[in-house]
Ligand binder design. Sequence first.
Ligand code: UT7
Length: 331
Amino acid sequence: MVSVGIVGTGSYVPEKVLTNFDLEQMVDTNDQWIVSRTGIKERHIAAPETPVSELCYQAALRALEDAKLAPEELDLVIVATITPDFVFPATACLVAERLGAKKAAGFDLQAACTGFLYGVATAAQFIATGIYKNALVIGGETLSKILNWEDRGTCILFGDGAGAAVLQPVEEGYGFLGYDLGMDGAGGSLLAMPGGGSMHPASAETVAKKMHTIQMAGSEVFKFAVRIMGETALKALDKAGLGIGDVDCLIPHQANTRIVDAAVKRLGIDAGKVVVNLDRYGNMSAASIPVALDEAARSGRLNYGDIMVMVGFGGGLTWGAAVVKWSKRGV
Ligand code: UT7
């Protein structure tokens, strides 16, 4: 098997910033509640005319530039999203067309907030087996378009953005060392958008009932997240033959600082090794981990040889972790 690593990263968020103070004007909430319960201060929101493919395209351009790779060289494009431009065609097709990735295969992948981890794990298999050389994995979301802006329990949590990574063969022993992926369909209704699929096709009634928006049992998801983040990270480390003491950098899904803090405490990892940017972006679902990864890489937090762990959880329920020995030199 060929070693596979991340050779370029990129991210993009829309210009418009929505602060907690802005939200105070929209629902019965306040900055103090949001900061103390979630850690979020502001989030970016896409313009009404901006689809997720635009955010994905911008993030992809940056990742390809970082990897010094021409789009024509791409063999595979995977977009992880729960807010595609359309049910079909896939957003991956739209992004590949804009990029000019003429020879690439591609598809969308849906594992909610764990989508990027499922995406890199999938893409890496094609490279490890020698089938493909260059893969682009994007996590992108326009969650603002599926929020109920009258529900203070959900609308304060989420934001829009996209992050991307280019995967290629890397030197032996570097790159992805271990994964853990899981799901539990029994918890599916805890975090869902019930309308618009074949169970409840769009109708005047589904729109009136706000079934095309995120519905969430917040405290149930909270408890699940705290438990699973530690479990899945340790399993992936075990598969890599490593322990928590070997980790130089932890990139968790950016849902809530209380979830991150609790997971960090359970894992017993030094908080200084944990990347947190959710104060500026909120929860961007599949985009959270790749945006944090890009910021960590570009700010010099990831150095050649570092052991980095990405860990996430989300609707489905789904969860996952990936252990990477960073193979890129320099910032
Ligand atoms: O990617 C995965 C996506 N989902 C998550 O990660 C969500 C995980 N869950 C959470 O982050 C937390 O459960 C929340 C941040 C959503 C809620 O925090 P909580 O500490 O679990 O609060 P709660 O739902 O138990 O609500 C406490 C109180 C309630 O009032 P009462 O019943 O005690 O009077 C809520 O009505 O806070 C109220 N509340 C709010 N107050 C002000 C709920 N939302 C708000 C709000 N502003 N935005």
